[in-house]
Design a protein around this ligand. Structure first.
Ligand code: TYM
Length: 345
């Protein structure tokens, strides 16, 4: 599996990505579709990896758990291989330029264009218009600001973010055309095979933090016994053959994708290995494999969470680094847009 890489300009290209702290743990879809790729790319790219906590407050949230969830995501990134020494690693709300650039982008985004974002349409339809905030509506322009502030070349994400990336590209091009060349136009880096991990109970819907059934997701911080149970009770398909066929066998195909990523074997190797065997065999083996995978990840995350001051120190250092990049971009944006420069008092 290779990630679509754009032709490099001079120097190392920059990647940027993040996962929202909207649950008590990241799930296996976040890991397979995103975090694992960042860890793999960080040594070849200049990586900016952050925790989009401003995005977390666009839906209902609890102020008493937000900080803990933010630290938990930070710890999970590190446990999954993100090295704060190699990348720019920080929390979005510590860098006010994100909200400032988002405002400027709001003012060049059409109402109709923002209304067409499918994630907004889905979430607002579920919540009803009275509980849908302006923040949720403007979520994609905040995401565009996250990316454009750092002049990212590549944005490694899962398939569900493709439309937001498309909007980001449009806004970058629009700004550049209207105000002069300012932003790098970023490319999505989406691994086709693992771009969408599906819900274990409803294998045609994506695995998500807010899935209909809690048994449909593998939370990386769950007790490994729960992990094993969820795999063993995953919905499979008619027939008995263990074969990858996303259309007719979505349940088994999803398990094969997960198995392939975690074991490092190809799907074809797994199909050969399980020829003539039952779904139950595949599930038991995958459950054991995943327990061995999540156990050290969970232990490392809990170890890191036991020292919140050290996590906060790493994040504060990352925010200083991020601000030096973001501040430069925002100065250029304000200058190009014609704002009165602020003089020293
Ligand atoms: P979030 O927090 O929903 O998800 C984090 C990452 O995990 C990927 N992902 C999946 N990949 C495969 N299968 C799944 N079932 C699955 N579920 C989630 C997502 O595609 C994502 O890459 N808007 C973003 C956060 C964000 C961001 C950014 C990302 C804010 N600003 C700037 C990149 C760049 C989001 O909600 O991700």
């Amino acid at each position: 599996m290779t990630i679509t890489e754009t032709e490099g300009s001079a120097g190392v290209q920059r990647i940027l990505s993040g996962a929202k702290p909207t649950a008590d743990s990241l799930h296996l879809g976040n890991y397979i579709g995103a975090v694992r790729n960042w860890a793999e790319m960080q040594s070849r790219y200049d990586a900016v990896i952050f925790i989009p906590d401003l995005h977390a407050v666009t839906v209902d949230f609890d102020p008493t758990t937000l900080a803990h969830r933010t630290r938990t995501v930070a710890a999970q990134y590190i446990a999954a291989g993100i090295d704060p020494e190699k990348c720019t690693f920080f929390v979005q709300s510590h860098v006010p330029e994100h909200a400032e650039l988002a405002w400027a982008l709001n003012c060049i985004t059409g109402f109709g264009e923002a209304s067409r974002m499918t994630q907004f349409k889905d979430k607002s339809a579920k919540q009803g218009s009275d509980s849908t905030t302006l923040g949720l509506f403007a979520y994609p322009t905040l995401m565009a600001a996250d990316i454009l502030l750092y002049q990212a070349d590549l944005v490694p994400v899962g398939e569900d973010q493709r439309q937001h990336l498309e909007l980001t590209r449009n806004l970058a091009q629009r700004f550049n055309t209207r105000f002069g060349e300012t932003f790098t136009v970023p490319e999505p880096a989406i691994l086709r095979e693992t771009a969408k991990i599906y819900d274990l109970q409803n294998p045609t819907a994506k695995m998500s933090k807010t899935g209909e059934s809690p048994n449909g997701a593998i939370q990386l911080l769950d007790d490994p016994k729960i992990t094993a149970k969820r795999i063993k009770s995953a919905v499979t398909d008619d027939g008995t053959e263990i074969r990858f066929d996303a259309e007719n066998k979505p349940g088994v195909s999803n398990l094969l994708t997960i198995y392939s990523v975690i074991s490092g074997k190809t799907v074809a190797e797994l199909e050969a290995e399980y020829a003539g065997r039952m779904y139950g065999h595949l599930k038991v083996d995958l459950a054991n494999l995943l327990v061995d995978f999540v156990t050290p990840l969970r232990e490392r995350t809990n170890e890191l969470l036991a020292d919140p001051a050290e996590l906060d120190r790493l994040l504060a250092r990352g925010a200083d680094k991020a601000r030096s990049i973001a501040g430069t971009t925002l100065d250029t944006v304000y200058d190009r847009m014609g704002f009165l420069p602020r003089r020293q008092a």
